[in-house]
Design a protein around this ligand. Structure first.
Ligand code: ADP
Ligand code: MG
Length: 160
């Protein structure tokens, strides 16, 4: 198998649909970070862990509100694909982190380790059905990561 797959990059702005339209914000990775992932993994929904690293500059206004728990390695669900429901022309890789962050984090460094595949990318007849599947994806991610084989301790490379 291909897992674990490591991916990282500065969080980019997307169309702003995840949070507003679907109630599920997704932090988008830049194109350059997607290439190595898309070359080994098919489009679809995945689960794993992610970590957001705020800028070190103390003058950075948003990151001053960040607490230690916001900087931890956290469970995530990731979608890589063409978003057929929105008829995108571009491949995107978007990560929803299962955590309540104090601010947005556009431009912050995001690191992720992708551990498993949940489902293929699908099109939907309604936004409601898409949202229902996203809720299931999050539950699958949480349940999978709770299993002994997918605990973070098995994948960390060294001391935190
Ligand atoms: P965009 O299309 O710009 O990605 P979204 O509506 O998908 O807009 O929102 C994503 C942004 O929301 C992220 O880039 C990040 O700054 C912020 N955000 C806040 N909480 C989360 C979270 N738990 N997971 C992912 N992104 C989050
Ligand atoms: Mg997004």
């Amino acid at each position: 198998g291909y897992f674990p797959i490591h991916i990282k990059g500065p969080v980019q702005r997307g169309f702003g649909r995840g949070g507003k339209d679907l109630g599920c914000p997704t932090a988008n990775l830049p194109d350059e970070s997607i290439t190595p992932l898309s070359s080994v993994a098919k489009p679809g929904v995945y689960f794993g862990y992610a970590q957001v690293i705020p800028p070190t500059s103390t003058s950075d206004e948003p990151s001053r509100a960040w607490r230690p728990e916001d900087r931890k390695v956290l469970p995530m669900a990731m979608s890589m694909g063409w978003n057929p429901f929105y008829k995108n022309e571009k491949l995107t890789c978007e990560i929803h982190i299962m955590h309540d962050f104090p601010t947005d984090f556009y431009g912050f460094e995001m690191r992720a380790v992708v551990l498993g595949y949940i489902r293929p990318e699908l099109d939907y007849v309604s936004r409601e059905l898409l949202i229902a599947d996203i809720d299931t994806d999050k539950q699958v991610a949480i349940n999978s990561l709770d299993r002994p084989a997918w605990k973070w301790e098995n994948f960390r490379k060294g001391p935190e």
